[in-house]
Design a binder for this molecule. Structure first.
Ligand code: ATP
Ligand code: MG
Length: 258
């Protein structure tokens, strides 16, 4: 069975996609079979690996209602051990189409279960909302990873995310545990980053990853080349950090709800 890791935070621009793409690539470097699932209509995780919307490939939406067809929508990425199930803008339509379907929360799970045995890790990148796509991801996963940007309002919204997590765990998916919170865009020269780190450490003593992702320009440049940072600049601080995070994830065992 794959470890199915959902990367979620309803706040926009906190580093979900950067974490999804680079953690996926770093686990693949460790020769783990990884599937990256782009569940965000923005399709950033897809374009971050060179899969662009204009190419009109099969994608999460085109197979969501026909799970037996999932293999058609899984592509090699050029990086050994890493495959992708791309996302496109028509996922917005999926959210609407799902609303009045029976068992609407479980469509992504039914889809991914078709290939669960083929991978060591399935990483799911979520959109910046707590809508039905994110709930589908939370029902499909068994571990939740929350990227948290080191900024003033970092913890705002986390309470709501944790409430959603508790509700999903209680009513929809008892298998979902918290894998951890990872701090992103950390700037050691900035006092605020340091304060946020301490605050988060206090709020999530058992769940904060030791690895902290620094603010690193290489991380923000890599997607425009359609590459994860390890294929763009392996020596960068960003590459180092995500490789360290991958090792920490590989070592970790989830410990259940906070
Ligand atoms: P959305 O909510 O829109 O899906 P997101 O949470 O997926 O956003 P990202 O797209 O990963 O966030 O990051 C937002 C922006 O910040 C991007 O331009 C990305 O390149 C940049 N970024 C992310 N992490 C870092 C970092 N550690 N250092 C520098 N830039 C970063
Ligand atoms: Mg994103």
């Amino acid at each position: 069975m794959a470890r199915r890791i959902v990367i979620a935070n309803q706040k926009g621009g906190v580093g979900k996609t950067t974490t999804a793409v680079n953690l996926a690539a770093s686990l693949a470097v460790m020769e783990q079979k990884v599937l990256l699932v782009d569940c965000d209509p923005q399709g950033n995780a897809s374009s971050g690996l060179g899969f662009y919307p204009q190419d009109q490939r099969e994608n999460v939406y085109s197979v969501l209602f026909e799970p037996k067809n999932i293999h058609k929508a899984i592509y090699e990425t050029g990086i050994p051990f890493l495959r992708i199930l791309p996302g496109t803008q028509n996922l917005v339509g999926a959210e609407l189409e799902l609303v009045d379907k029976l068992g609407r929360e479980y469509y992504l799970k039914d889809l991914l279960m078709e290939v669960d045995g083929e991978f060591d890790y399935i990483l799911i990148d979520c959109p910046p909302s707590l809508g039905l796509l994110t709930v589908n991801a939370l029902c499909a996963g068994n571990e939740l990873l929350v990227p948290l940007q080191c900024e003033y309002y970092a913890l705002e919204g986390i309470a709501q995310l944790l409430m959603t997590y508790e509700l999903v765990r209680k009513r929809l998916n008892q298998d979902l545990d918290i894998l951890g919170v990872v701090l992103t865009m950390y700037d050691a020269r900035n006092r605020l980053s340091w304060q946020v780190k301490n605050e988060v450490r206090r709020a999530f003593p058992q769940h904060l990853f030791e690895t902290i992702i620094p603010r690193n320009v290489r991380l923000s440049e890599a997607p425009s080349f359609g590459k994860p940072v390890i294929n763009y600049d392996i020596k960068s601080k960003g590459a180092e950090a995500y490789l360290a995070l991958a090792q920490e994830v590989a070592r970790s065992h989830t410990v259940g709800a906070a």
